[in-house]
Ligand binder design. Structure first.
Ligand code: 6R9
Length: 683
């Protein structure tokens, strides 16, 4: 790789010398987009002639019925309700494009997934033909159990083959899947079952995370009970008996979680599959804007939002961004995205995007740290992975334990290494580039959201000169803009709120069951624009640097959490009068939740109360929401209108003693001195 040192100004005051890394020569040669001028040309046509651009992409996929329509949208709430449509009138099916389409072009015997278990001894593979067979069978299970087009199915599974099969089976019959990350608590799962009105749920008895066995079925039972109490009866639960087939960690004992099918509504996966032997289950041709899935993400108000994606647009976008960002070629690539399908990255870049591109991919159940911190590189060597995709949190954690874990395995196959979920700090970027990629691989920092369906700002491995820490330029068809607090466009270099000025095929179509919230969350801050909730800078060369959330969400290890949701979990404790939660910086996680709690008269924050509060966050939301620090607050800094000034609390949590900004609007300034004095010594 050629390194060119150039000077550019990132900030008006600070002249910084940064490296720019040109695309590695071997990648340039066969790339879908080769060289920066080609990117610029294509980008221009994707904006100026967007319908033709997307029609060309869609032509690579199968449509049962085409459409002459392209993108239609309204982002301006002053002109009516916001909406987006793509290829109106077309009919297609996403699962068909993942499976039959590839089989018809001769890829039937190609390996679709290399399943790599939690335990390195547990590995298996499945071809496109075999995957189709399982998907057809499970789609018959769904149909015969009363699930049809437009019904919702909740999926609460670890990263095992049945997760991919269940998602594709839903897509095949037009059922809407709602995958809930199998680390969420019973209460979180229940809320998602109720909101989605799930007709069926797929789960497993349990899973091992490293050496730790985790029972999932009891969480599902509890969630079903809570959902029923909330008026939503879950008619059917399909249970994968996963634990009996895993190799146990050395010295470990088989966990006893009780019978996996303990209720009349429960049915074991294999038995259900057996029951539909020989039953055909045809593809359901879906309208372009028929719902494909919902996926819950944190919302500023605390209640999670069901982000809705539809058929043709999501499909076209997941296909095309996988192809472009990783520059994939199914003939030669072995692709690996380490994400869990419980998150959008797993939807677009473990399942749909790679399959539509006919790739062989690793499907990983395990952890980067188990059996030790070399797992990612051991698996890379084992399968000769060419394109890999992971998170800055994982990178920082692996970087901290030492290079020898990396260097003992052969990584010469790696050509592209992607990251997603949060800003990647330049030192982690450089480590990936130098130590992991040995200077040979392109690093692609991909910025996007559950809502965007796919990458919206990302480099192209064969085209974009890279700057560590920048997600670089907008993807095709995406018009990224910065606006100031008044909603005025910022031209040229500057900093502001990151918005999009036009629709792209993969964007969300709504918030499940809540039209107002869709309009309010994304389109009301800056009329005419979709607002991401993130801040960003743009340098003189047009590179975009996403700086992080500017709303009440926080990013912990790449997962978005709502401050309001954690606050209400803590405030549910009878001794807590009020709670305020802010994000504080963390070397590995990026940030962590730091909680300030005011207690009822006479109460004290004892270690056991701290433990009870942490447990509340764990049971109401999940382990990732547990605040690392809980500080007792004599009062919270508030404005005269009663708003908690989180800006000040954030500074206190960051360790500042002064320079807290304007405090004159507060009702009681003395609270601040007390909060600084009361900061725990480990804060
Ligand atoms: C895909 C995903 C979205 C939020 C997003 C932003 C942050 C994601 C990033 C990034 C800087 C990147 N984010 N990728 N920030 N650089 N490359 O993560 O979706 O879970 O919805 O989170 O994550 O804050 O708004 P989601």
């Amino acid at each position: 790789m050629s390194d060119v040192r150039v000077k550019f100004s990132l900030d008006k005051e600070v002249e910084e010398e940064l490296d720019v890394f040109l695309p590695p020569a071997p990648l340039l040669a066969g790339a879908h987009v080769s060289g920066l001028p080609s990117y610029h040309d294509l980008y221009r046509s994707s904006i100026n002639d967007s319908d033709r651009f997307w029609a060309t992409v869609a032509a690579e996929l199968y449509f049962e019925q085409g459409s002459t329509k392209g993108l239609e949208w309204n982002f301006d709430v002053r002109k009516g309700a916001p909406f987006t449509r793509f290829m109106s009138g077309a009919r297609t099916n996403v699962a068909y494009n993942c499976l039959e389409r590839n089989i018809k072009r001769g890829l039937g015997d190609k390996v679709a997934f290399l399943f790599e278990g939690n335990d390195p001894r547990d590995a298996s593979k499945i071809t496109y033909n075999q995957l189709l067979e399982k998907v057809v069978a499970f789609s018959a299970v769904l149909r015969t159990r009363g699930v049809g087009k437009g019904d919702t199915v909740s999926i609460y599974l670890p990263m095992i083959s049945e997760l991919a099969i269940a998602m594709l089976a839903c897509a095949r019959i037009g059922a809407i899947h709602s995958v809930v990350f199998a680390g969420f608590s019973a209460e979180s799962l229940a809320a998602r079952i109720v909101d989605a009105k799930a007709k069926l749920l797929v789960t497993s008895d349990g899973v091992f995370r490293g050496t730790k066995p985790i029972a999932l079925k009891p969480i599902v039972d509890k969630a079903a009970e809570l959902a029923a109490a909330d008026g939503c009866l879950l008619p059917k639960v399909i249970v994968v008996e996963h634990l009996k087939r895993v190799s146990l960690p050395d010295g470990g004992k088989a966990p006893q979680f009780g019978p996996s099918c303990s209720h009349e509504r429960d049915e074991e996966w294999e038995a259900a599959m057996e029951s539909v032997k020989g039953v055909d289950s045809r593809v359901e041709w879906m309208d372009a804007e028929d719902s494909l899935f919902i996926l819950y993400t944190s919302g500023s108000t605390g209640k999670p939002k069901g982000i809705l994606h539809t058929t043709a647009g999501y499909m076209t976008y997941a296909y095309q961004t996988t192809k472009m960002t990783f520059d994939v070629h199914h003939e030669t690539d072995v692709y690996w995205c380490t994400a869990d399908c419980g998150w959008i990255t797993g939807h677009s870049y473990v399942l749909y995007g790679p399959l539509m591109n006919g790739l062989t991919s690793v499907f990983f159940e395990g952890l980067p740290s188990y059996p030790d911190a070399s797992r990612l590189w051991q698996v890379t060597e084992k399968y000769k992975v060419t394109k890999m995709y992971t998170s800055p949190t994982a990178v920082r954690a692996l970087m901290a334990v030492g290079d020898h874990y990396v260097t003992k395995y052969d990584r010469r196959s790696l050509q592209v290494i992607g990251t997603v979920g949060e800003p990647i700090n330049p030192s982690a970027w450089r480590w990936l580039h130098k130590v992991v990629g040995e200077g040979r691989a392109a690093i692609v920092d991909t910025y996007w959201q559950t809502e965007t369906g796919g990458h919206v700002i990302a480099p192209l491995p064969g085209a974009t000169p890279l700057k560590p820490g920048s997600a670089t330029f907008p993807c095709f068809g995406v018009e990224a803009v910065l606006v100031d607090s008044e909603g005025r466009l910022i031209e040229g270099p500057g900093e502001g709120n990151l918005c999009f000025a036009r629709a792209w095929p993969g964007m969300l179509r709504g918030v499940w069951g809540d039209t107002d919230r869709f309009a309010k969350t994304y389109f009301s801050s800056f009329p005419g624009f979709y607002f991401t909730g993130d801040g960003a800078k743009r340098d003189e060369e047009g590179y975009i640097w996403v700086t992080g959330r500017v709303d009440d969400l926080m990013n912990v290890s790449g997962h978005l959490l709502s401050t309001a949701e954690i606050e209400s979990a803590l405030a549910a404790h009878e001794k807590v009068a009020e709670a305020a939660v802010v994000a504080a910086p963390h070397d590995i996680k990026g940030s962590f939740p730091y909680a300030f709690v005011t207690l009822n008269q006479g109460e004290r924050l004892t270690p056991s109360l701290v433990a009870e509060l942490k447990q509340l966050a764990r049971t109401k939301i999940g382990p990732i929401a547990v605040p690392d620090i809980i500080q007792q607050a004599p009062g919270l800094p508030k404005t005269r209108s009663g708003k908690v000034t989180r800006r000040i609390l954030r500074k206190i949590a960051e360790g500042f003693d002064n320079g807290l900004g304007d405090t004159t609007t507060l009702i009681d300034e003395s609270v601040i001195t007390q909060l600084i004095a009361g900061r725990p010594s480990n804060a």
